[in-house]
Design a protein around this ligand. Sequence first.
Ligand SMILES: [Zn+2]
Length: 148
Amino acid sequence: MSRRTPRPRRSTGTGPAAPRITAESPCPCGLPAAYADCCGRLHAGGNALTCEALMRSRYSAFVVQDAAYLLRTWHPDTRPPAVDFDPGMRWSGLEILETTEGSPFHTTGTVTFRAHYTDAGRPDSLHEKSRFVRQEGDWVYAAAVFVE
Ligand SMILES: [Zn+2]
């Protein structure tokens, strides 16, 4: 997920637009687990075993506005200098549509997903196929194969 918006740059981090996700909150990625037991573990420094787990944790990082996590799970060749969060945008759900490879035994993989959001209150969604590769053993986001 590489969405960047043309809106003016705002400060990142826990601004007023950041939703309150606590350790006990349901994980934003949609799995039936608490944030601290799911994507929160990866945000705290754990490693994703599969591309899907990395994709989910990157989606959750957009929700909790963890720019540092997004940058460190981005391939250096495609990583932007910074991640800006649009204060008018609220991520509201993630659907994993298809995965290829991306297991602990692979070195590449893809995840096709639809991420739902509201932009200034208007519902919309991002449909993307993302490509992931291993970088020094850890899965990183490489590029979007397509974005709609
Ligand atoms: Zn999660």
